[in-house]
Write a protein that binds this ligand. Structure first.
Ligand code: AMP
Ligand code: MG
Length: 363
């Protein structure tokens, strides 16, 4: 997903075939009509790398009193904090230490890690384990985790062994003092489906704490829009077509004080024997999801919630996922693969302009 610049601003054009004096006059008129600061000049952009992906932060009308370098520093610090606490790719993260630990006693972690795990557990419960924050052993087994994958596809025996290690019910949290505890020593927590969304929320909070209310924060494709964009309109965000080969636009949605996250099977997958295996794993079967649901986009006030719910709906699939999204009032767009095109299925809360069927086929 990306922020799409549109040709939305009126273009000043000089009519042809006019006498020089008329041209000069109309150029002057254009100059007078042009605001002192163009829309693009109102933007301050911060970019970089984090959590094995990239981030972009756009701020509209950065107040003079706010130091640009200070904002850059605050963004980097927030992102580094999330990565340092919740990454399974960093051996020194809080989460990696917890995953390595064989203790079934409380392990001290930071308060943000507890709150993200609590949010992930809530989505695990909501989906009866289709989303499972302890899915890590299966993710690693299928070659999508931090540990090096084995060669080829796992055997059914390996799948069963990994499945026996999965179970969000064996994971517990406490707030004071902040800690986590596993009932089974071999439990392994994976926050990859939710941590990017949380990072987006953290950066947004850091901006708002500095009086910045108009921004677009994007980390690895998950976004949150604050206020209006540099054209004084809600931010335009592109929902991509879920194709691996090319990047093309499926939809443009406009967001103001909302976040959007997408899960799909089209960016991260392995290919074995001509078949693609998605990085979204169904913990109930132990296998990557394999259905015609190609991607799910969720809009929510919280990027963390949008991120977790998009993954959860992707696991649940077209029927169960759509039913849950409708029941829970989740704004979601499902893209279903059909021959060479994508069929859109949107819950009533998802803003789709135009003549798209708002699906009720599932009822
Ligand atoms: P996302 O791109 O947000 O959908 O997150 C995908 C990542 O979430 C995968 O790479 C896995 O690390 C993790 N994951 C895969 N399947 C699940 C699942 N069923 N529940 C929770 N996390 C999952
Ligand atoms: Mg997600």
């Amino acid at each position: 997903m990306s922020d799409e610049r549109e040709g939305s601003g009126e273009r000043a054009s000089v009519p042809t075939g006019l006498a020089p004096s008329r041209i000069a006059a109309s150029l002057l008129a254009v100059a007078l009509a042009t605001p002192a600061v163009s829309a693009a000049e109102r933007l301050t952009v911060f970019t970089g790398e984090t959590m094995g992906t990239t981030f972009t932060v756009k701020v509209v009308d950065l107040p003079r009193a706010v130091d640009r370098a200070g904002v850059a520093q605050a963004i980097e610090t927030r992102l580094a904090d999330v990565d340092g606490a919740m990454s399974t790719y960093r051996e020194d993260s809080e989460l990696s230490r917890f995953n390595r630990s064989r203790s079934t006693d409380w392990v001290a972690v930071s308060a943000p890690t507890v709150s993200v795990i609590e949010a992930a557990l809530a989505v695990s419960r909501l989906t009866a384990g289709a989303f499972d924050v302890t899915v890590g052993p299966l993710v690693n087994l299928w070659g999508f985790g931090a540990t090096p994958p084995g060669r080829g596809l796992p055997t059914e025996a390996e799948v069963r062994t990994a499945m026996a290690r999965v179970g969000y019910r064996y994971l517990h949290t406490r707030r004071a003092p902040p800690g986590v505890r596993k009932e089974r020593a071999e439990l392994y927590v994976d926050l990859s489906a939710i941590a990017k969304g949380f990072a987006v929320d953290e950066v947004a909070r850091a901006l708002e704490a500095r009086g910045i209310g108009r921004y677009l924060v994007e980390v690895g494709g998950e976004l949150r829009a604050g206020g209006l964009n540099h054209d004084d309109r809600p931010w335009a965000v592109a929902i991509e077509q879920p194709r691996a080969e090319i990047r093309s636009l499926q939809r443009l949605v406009r967001l103001e004080d909302e976040a959007i996250a997408t899960s799909g099977d089209y960016r991260r997958f392995i290919e074995v024997g001509g078949r693609r295996y998605s990085h979204t794993i169904d913990p109930r079967s132990g296998h990557p999801v394999d259905h015609r649901l190609a991607s799910v986009a969720v809009i929510h006030a919280s990027a963390l919630q949008a991120d977790a719910l998009a993954t959860a709906l992707m696991v649940l699939g077209e029927q169960d996922g759509f039913a849950l999204a409708r029941r829970e009032g989740i704004a979601a767009l499902f893209l279903l693969r059909e021959l060479d095109r994508f069929v859109e299925l949107a819950t009533p809360g998802f803003p789709l302009p135009g003549d798209v069927t708002v699906g009720n086929e599932m009822e």
